[in-house]
Design a protein around this ligand. Structure first.
Ligand SMILES: *[C@@H]1O[C@H](CO)[C@@H](O)[C@H](O)[C@H]1NC(C)=O
Length: 333
């Protein structure tokens, strides 16, 4: 199995890394002052960050800064994600590379796995998540970094292009300073939305053999991951981990597999789909109306200001004309 062959390589890599990273000598004295990072140190930390987003919140944090041109609408995001995941899964399959669905994307699949038809993603999920083995990660880093991928949808109607970008920090298989926990991204270059790709490595083969970990402390046993299950995601072949239900409960708790209302959406049993609740629809309509009202008010104000300026200008012109004519009168006497 490729997985275990590379495990040894990665394991030796992982145990070697801390030796390089630790300071040369322990001064032997506990200096409390040193434990609070100076502004300079904090600044240096963000300098290490490879992937950049236009902001840190739930909205802006899900765009790649290089391709960001503004927040897209709910519908555009859904449409972007559909083609993006098709192109991604197809590329990995064509190349014989192992990848599977993870985190919120796996939860979306779980809710509608039996149907296998779009839309399977959770509509409130801003990004898509997949995982690969550490070996695959290294392989795509060596062979496909910065590659561009043209895509045409099956019906020939949609053309897209994606960038596969691999973080140079993939050699570090533990969290580190936390700036580079995302190992690679599959980015839609039209708007900057992406799929987050993270690699799993057996980080402590001596003390925890058979435990695979990403850089953000998610851990999985080999038997929970393998053998992968073949399934369908958004209408095309995809893989999910063997014990997907246990993985989901570990990450999201039982509730996430039971509650049929979440984030302003409701599970529609007949359509087998998450739909916006009536409340969400009304709230959005209210917000839209409020924005419309504000815009109209703004326009009205602008118009009044223009009229006022126009009026003042006319007044001034009239005064000037009057004074000119009175001068004329004066000069004629
Ligand atoms: C991928 O390419 C970018 C741009 O050339 C580079 O900065 C980065 O280090 C590369 N990543 C890997 C894993 O080599």
């Amino acid at each position: 199995m490729k997985f275990s062959r590379y495990a040894t390589v990665l394991a030796s890599l992982c145990s070697f890394v801390p030796a390089i990273a630790t300071p040369v000598k322990n001064p032997g004295k506990l200096q409390l002052g040193n434990r609070i990072p100076s502004p300079k140190q904090r600044e240096d930390k963000t300098k290490n960050k490879y992937f950049h987003e236009p902001g840190g919140d739930n909205t802006l944090g899900h765009y790649d800064n290089r391709y960001f041109g503004g927040v897209v609408t709910y519908d555009e995001r859904r449409e972007t994600q559909l083609h993006m995941v098709h192109a991604y899964l197809k590329f990995f399959r064509d190349q014989g590379l192992d990848t599977w669905i993870a985190h919120g994307t796996l939860l979306g699949w779980w809710w509608n796995g039996k149907v296998g038809q779009p839309p399977l993603r959770l509509p409130w999920d801003f990004d898509l998540d997949t995982q690969v083995s550490g070996a695959t990660l290294k392989y795509i880093g060596d062979n496909h970094n910065q590659s561009m991928h043209k895509y045409v949808s099956d019906d020939g109607q949609t053309e897209r292009e994606y960038l596969l970008d691999v973080n140079p920090w993939i050699w570090e298989r533990e969290r580190g300073d936390g700036m580079n926990i995302i190992d690679a991204r599959w980015i839609d270059i039209r708007n900057g939305l992406f799929i987050d790709i993270t690699g799993l490595s057996e980080t402590h083969p001596d003390t925890s053999p058979g435990v695979w970990s990403c850089k953000n402390y998610h851990r999985y046993k080999t038997s929970e991951l393998y053998p992968m299950r073949e399934t369908v995601f958004e209408g095309i072949p995809a893989k999910v981990p063997y014990a997907y239900d246990k993985i989901l409960v570990d990450e999201y708790k039982e509730k996430a597999l039971v509650d049929t209302e979440f984030e302003g959406h409701q599970w529609d049993i007949d359509r087998k789909e998450w739909v916006k609740t009536q409340e969400t629809i009304e709230e959005e309509a209210k917000k839209a109306a409020e924005e419309e009202r504000k815009k109209e008010e703004e326009e009205k104000k602008l118009k009044m200001q223009q009229e006022e300026r126009q009026r003042k200008k006319q007044e001034a012109e009239q005064k000037e004309a009057e004074s000119a004519s009175s001068k004329d009168e004066n000069s004629s006497t």
